[in-house]
Design a protein around this ligand. Structure first.
Ligand SMILES: NC(=O)c1ccc[n+]([C@@H]2O[C@H](COP(=O)([O-])OP(=O)(O)OC[C@H]3O[C@@H](n4cnc5c(N)ncnc54)[C@H](OP(=O)(O)O)[C@@H]3O)[C@@H](O)[C@H]2O)c1
Length: 342
C-alpha cells in the first residue's frame, strides 16, 4: 500500500539524498511533500521526473501524511514532531532530538529491526558515526559478546551538512590563495587541519558527539555493560566517515573468523588486502550504501581483541539510507502501524 510521505528538511544535505533514495529504491509513495524553512519555501525541486514546490514547515503541514522523514536541526525536530504525530504520521527522525528518549526506538535495520514495533509515533535514526560502528559490531557481537570498544573517528565535513561541505571548499580555496577567510561552522579552519572536537565538550572531558557513540551503542544493543571509549575527529575529507575500531570480546576471534562473519553479514563489505593497497577509504566508499571494513588484524596487546578500519558514506548509511530503510519497514505489512493510503 502506498504511503504519503513528507520530507522535512528536504533542501539539506541529508534531505536531498532522502529525495533521491525514495526514487532510487522504488519506495511505494503516494503523495510527496517537501518541507523546509522560509528560506527555501517556494523553491521547486525535481522529484521522479516532475517538479515539487517546497512548502513552509508549519503545524498544518502534515495533514494526510503517513510517514515524515525528518532531516533538520534538533530544535526544529523538537518543534515539528508533535505536529506530525498529532496529524497521525509516524516520524523517522535523523536528528539527535529524540534518540535517547525511552519511548523512542533507535534503529539500525541490520542490527535491531524489531525495535520498530515499539514505536509510539517517533523512530530515531542514530548518529552517523554510531550507525556504521554498530553495524560492524553486530556480526562479531553475535559470535562473541563485545565488552569494550575503543574507536577513533575521522569524520568528513559533509557530516556538518551543506554548510560543512561549503566550509571545506571555501576554506581550502582561501588557504591556497592566501586570502582572508572568516570561518564557518567548525571551531577552527578545517582546510589542511584536523580538529579533535565535534560538538560541545562535556564535564567528563568527552564531546557531545563522543557521548552519542557511547549512549546510542548501548541503547541499540540494549546492553548497558558495553564500554565505549571514543575520540571523534573532523578531517578535511568531503564525504564518508572513517573509523579505527578495536573490539574486546568475551572469547578471542581470529582475523580470519572476523573476515568470514563480516562477509556474511547484511550491509557489510570486506575490502581487506592491505599488501595490495586494498582497504576502504572515503574515495572508494563514496555514494555507496554499505559499511566497508578492512585492515582486520589481531590486537597485539590483548588476546581477546580485534582491530580493524571501517568506512561508510555518512550521508547514505549514516543518515538517509538508514532512515529510508526504516520507512520501508514501516511501509511493509510487518510494521504497518502507520496510516495507509491507496
Ligand atoms: N550530515 C550528516 O552526515 C548527518 C548524518 C546523520 C544525521 N544527521 C542529522 O540530520 C539532520 C540534518 O542534517 P543535514 O546535514 O542535512 O543539515 P543541513 O544540510 O544543514 O540541512 C538542514 C535542513 O533543515 C532545514 N531547516 C533548518 N531550519 C529550519 C526551520 N526553522 N524550519 C524548517 N526547516 C529548517 C533546512 O532548510 P532550509 O534550506 O530552508 O534552511 C535544511 O533543509 C541534523 O539533525 C543532523 O545532525 C546528519
Amino acid at each position: 500500500m502506498n504511503k504519503n510521505i513528507a520530507i522535512v528538511g528536504a533542501t539539506g544535505a541529508v534531505g536531498t539524498l532522502v529525495r533521491e533514495l525514495l526514487v532510487e529504491r522504488n519506495f511505494p509513495y503516494g503523495e510527496i511533500r517537501f518541507l523546509a524553512s522560509e528560506k527555501s519555501a517556494g523553491k521547486e525541486l525535481e522529484f521522479d521526473g516532475r517538479m515539487v514546490t517546497v512548502e513552509l514547515l508549519c503545524p498544518t503541514a502534515f495533514d494526510g501524511i503517513d510517514i515524515a522523514i525528518g532531516s533538520t536541526p534538533d530544535d526544529v525536530a523538537r518543534e515539528f514532531t508533535p505536529w506530525a504525530v498529532q496529524a497521525g504520521a509516524v516520524v523517522v527522525d535523523e536528528s539527535a532530538a529524540h534518540r535517547m528518549l525511552p519511548e523512542v526506538p533507535l534503529v539500525v535495520p541490520e542490527v535491531n529491526p524489531g525495535a520498530i514495533a515499539e514505536h509510539q509515533g517517533i523512530i530515531a535514526s542514530p548518529n552517523c558515526s554510531t550507525t556504521q560502528m554498530v553495524l560492524a559490531m553486530k556480526p562479531i557481537h553475535d559470535v562473541s559478546p563485545i565488552r569494550r570498544v575503543v574507536v577513533t573517528t575521522y569524520q568528513a565535513t559533509s557530516g556538518a551538512g551543506v554548510q560543512g561541505s561549503a566550509d571545506l571548499e571555501n576554506g581550502t580555496r582561501a588557504a591556497l590563495e592566501e586570502a582572508e577567510w572568516e570561518g564557518g561552522v567548525f571551531q577552527h579552519p578545517i582546510a589542511f587541519n584536523v580538529i579533535p572536537q565535534i560538538g560541545s565538550v562535556q564535564e567528563n572531558g568527552y564531546t557531545s558527539e563522543e557521548m552519542k557513540m557511547v549512549l546510542e551503542t548501548r541503547k541499540i544493543f540494549a546492553d548497558d555493560a558495553i564500554e565505549v571509549c571514543p575520540t571523534c575527529v573532523r578531517v578535511p575529507v568531503r564525504n564518508c566517515h572513517s573509523e579505527s575500531i578495536l573490539l574486546e570480546t568475551d572469547h578471542p576471534i581470529t582475523p580470519q573468523q572476523a573476515r568470514e562473519v563480516f562477509a556474511a553479514a547484511p550491509g557489510i563489505q570486506v575490502m581487506d588486502d592491505p599488501g595490495d593497497g586494498i582497504y576502504p577509504m572515503p574515495l572508494n566508499c563514496d555514494d555507496l550504501d554499505d559499511v566497508f571494513v578492512g585492515r582486520i588484524r589481531r590486537d597485539l596487546s590483548c588476546k581477546n581483541s580485534l582491530a580493524f578500519w571501517c568506512v561508510s558514506d555518512n550521508l547514505r548509511k549514516g543518515a538517509a539510507t538508514n532512515a529510508v530503510q526504516i520507512a520501508e519497514l514501516l511501509a511493509s505489512s510487518e510494521f504497518s502501524k502507520c496510516r495507509s493510503s491507496n
